[in-house]
Design a protein around this ligand. Structure first.
Ligand SMILES: O=P(O)(O)OC[C@H]1O[C@H](OP(=O)(O)OP(=O)(O)O)[C@H](O)[C@@H]1O
Ligand SMILES: NC(=O)CC[C@H](N)C(=O)O
Ligand SMILES: [Mg+2]
Length: 495
């Protein structure tokens, strides 16, 4: 999962982009980058690290220009070296920079086409660089000295015909403006908004509405699946549906874990979706165990705080923040290696003993993926003197790899893969384990927007909505990106 942002402003946009990226930091902690355009010059700063580490005052001073784009990266393709930090840039045609959230599922065949037919060079193993080159080639083909909105939309139609997978993107065209687009299923989120200033209207495109809110923009709407929105430098906004067969199928894991609760995605309040997840989960607990002996519900911060509240309320038991989070440690699940993830959980969370001693505690987390967090936390609860430790997951068991922008490439790294609930319970050391049912998870999200009748739930049910994800694809993905392979991978991309 990555975070992307773009601004067409009326004065320097560097600070807005920086602030916006810090608001999207939870979507990617590996690298960050900003590209701005000042007259016909691009200014760029990108590197590995958190936003606050990548941009120094001297960089910010250099990032002049009234329009620009930014990216925070969580790698899902290629290595995590500095050469794969985004935005990417191509000089022809016009000079284009692009930031991408998602993952292409037919990258290999597109790379071949790019070399053999388009005669273009790709310098990294990033799918995002591939996507940028496809867009650039489709635009180049039109041979327009000055591209118009129609040309950009024609190029976009060409892009949708060639690439598959998840892609929510923002591209900057030197001298012209920014283009925001979403794949035909709208798997990854993208919104745009505007704000009035004394100098005129400014526009922002971002992965999550929280960036708009905090920076004083009003949400206009989500970019529709398959749609492209072109915002010219004078503020003229053009939009067009560029995909043949668009069908909104957003990733439900955004609502479970990735997104901030204060974001609204495709009309669904993430906060409300999580509240409903907690209610459904409590109902299931009451169905299966009407005489439960839970004394206290303790959420695993941060992401399970919202659902934990409604679980406790519905069960009619106390809700206590018994796990304290070190606010200086980032998200553990999106860290690259298992060793780092394990260490971070212990550094990140600590139990308040008095909330555990002698009590039957129900720990609630949003999801169990590799089992790194829950295993350690259950042990911490026992060390703190809990009588019984029950564990509830607001999402169903994560059993299948993700191919659309979440780095879960290997089924056998998932604690639930090939195990029954009882076996997982034993593996993580809980006294009882309960998972949300998939239909209840879907209901939690869909009741926020009745118009969405399909979600990408592939990590729960193994149904991939784009056609090229078959066993061969999943085998290749596992070979390329399992934890061990990633550890061994030497970054040779920065040649
Ligand atoms: O089973 P696992 O592989 O451990 O993954 C699941 C855990 O990882 C995430 O937390 P994370 O620490 O990334 O972020 P958070 O603070 O937003 O909850 C998620 O919220 C679960 O707690
Ligand atoms: N998580 C993402 O959206 C990743 C974007 C892109 N596939 C990369 O690896 O950089
Ligand atoms: Mg968590």
């Amino acid at each position: 999962m990555c975070g992307i942002i773009g601004v067409v402003g009326k004065s320097d946009v560097n600070l807005q982009l920086y602030d916006g990226l810090t608001l999207l930091q939870h979507r990617g902690q590996d690298a960050a980058g900003i590209v701005t355009c000042d007259d016909d010059r691009l200014n760029q700063q990108k590197a590995n690290g958190l936003v606050r580490d990548v941009f120094r005052a001297r960089h910010m001073e250099r990032l002049k220009g009234n329009f620009g784009i930014g990216h925070v990266r969580y790698p899902t393709a290629g290595s995590s070296g500095p050469a794969l930090a985004q935005p990417f840039y191509v000089n022809s045609p016009y000079g284009i920079a692009m930031a991408h959230n998602g993952n292409l599922t037919n990258m290999r065949e597109v790379v071949d086409e790019i070399f053999q037919q388009d005669l273009r060079h790709i310098n990294t193993d990033s799918d995002s660089e591939v996507l940028l080159n496809v867009f650039a080639h489709e635009l180049h083909k039109l041979h327009k000295l000055q591209p118009k909105a129609d040309d950009i939309f024609t190029a976009m139609r060409g892009v949708h015909k060639r690439v598959r997978g998840a892609y929510a993107c923002v591209a900057l065209i030197v001298g012209y403006g920014i283009v925001a687009f979403r794949d035909p299923n709208g798997i990854r989120p993208l919104v745009y908004g505007k704000r009035e200033t004394e100098k005129g209207t400014e526009y922002m495109v971002a992965s999550e509405s929280v960036a708009l809110d905090v920076l004083g923009y009003t949400l206009v709407r989500d970019v529709a699946p398959g749609e492209a929105i072109y915002i010219e430098l004078d503020g003229t906004v053009h939009s067009e549906q560029c995909a043949g067969d668009p069908y909104l199928t957003p990733c439900i894991f955004e609502h479970v874990y990735f997104a901030r609760p204060d974001s609204i995605m495709d009309g669904v309040s993430v906060h409300k979706a999580r509240l409903r997840q907690g209610e459904h989960l409590a109902d299931k607990i009451l169905r299966l165990c009407p005489d439960h002996d839970v004394d206290v519900v303790i959420p695993i911060p941060d992401s399970a705080r919202t659902a934990g509240q409604t679980v406790a309320h519905r069960l009619g038991v106390k809700f206590r923040e018994g796990m304290v989070k070190n606010r200086y440690i980032g998200r553990t699940f999106i860290m690259p290696g298992q060793r780092q993830r394990k260490k971070s959980v212990r550094q990140k969370l600590n139990a308040i003993e008095l909330e555990f001693r002698g009590k039957n505690v129900l720990l609630v987390d949003d999801s169990i993926v590799r089992g790194t967090t829950c295993k350690q936390i259950i042990q911490m609860a026992r060390d703190a003197g809990a009588a019984k430790v029950y564990f509830a997951s607001a999402a169903p068991a994560v059993k299948y790899p993700n191919v659309y922008g979440i780095d879960m490439p290997s089924a056998n790294e998932l604690v639930a893969h090939g195990r029954t609930t009882e076996e997982i319970c034993a593996e993580i050391g809980a006294d009882w384990l309960i998972y949300q049912d998939l239909e209840d998870l879907v209901l939690s999200s869909s009741s926020g927007n009745q118009k969405i009748d399909r979600f990408d739930c592939s990590v729960f049910d193994g149904n991939y909505i784009t056609r090229d994800v078959d066993d061969q694809y999943l085998d290749d993905l596992h070979t390329a990106r399992n934890d061990e392979a990633k550890r061994k991978k030497v970054d040779t991309s920065a040649l």
